[in-house]
Design a protein. Structure first.
Length: 127
């Protein structure tokens, strides 16, 4: 089964690099959608079926924390697992994200193996 992913990051370069990382993961990937901030991501989720979201925390317009609050407040999206991609790795931030129902945190830069393992774990929790 091929899975649809959504990459939410304000950097087009990071989104491009992450798409390349996904292509090297040897996972069955359907469509990879992109959004430059949380507001764009929520709008896209209203139109597309997404199985897993990769989320940056620090973005303009709507950051990752506000995005998580809005995502989890909408019943049709509560089942979608979210993996945070961030340069931040403090315990406080990880605890805050765990409280917002984030399934994993990948600290930038990350390897293809780390991405694959995080995806497999997140999708396993979903089923």
């Amino acid at each position: 089964m091929a899975y649809n992913f959504l990459i939410v990051d304000d950097s087009a370069f990071v989104r491009t690099v992450f798409k390349k990382t996904l292509s090297l993961s040897n996972l069955e990937i359907g469509t990879v959608f992109e959004a430059g901030n949380g507001a764009e991501a929520l709008e896209l989720l209203g139109r597309q079926q997404v199985d897993l979201i990769f989320l940056d925390v620090n973005m303009p317009v709507m950051d990752g924390l506000e995005f998580m609050d809005r995502l989890r407040s909408q019943q049709q999206f509560v089942h979608i697992p979210v993996i945070v991609m961030s340069t931040e790795g403090s315990r406080e931030r990880k605890a805050l994200l765990a409280d917002k129902d984030v399934v994993a945190c990948l600290r930038k830069p990350f390897t293809t193996e780390q991405v694959r393992e995080a995806i497999e774990a997140a999708l396993e929790q979903r089923t």
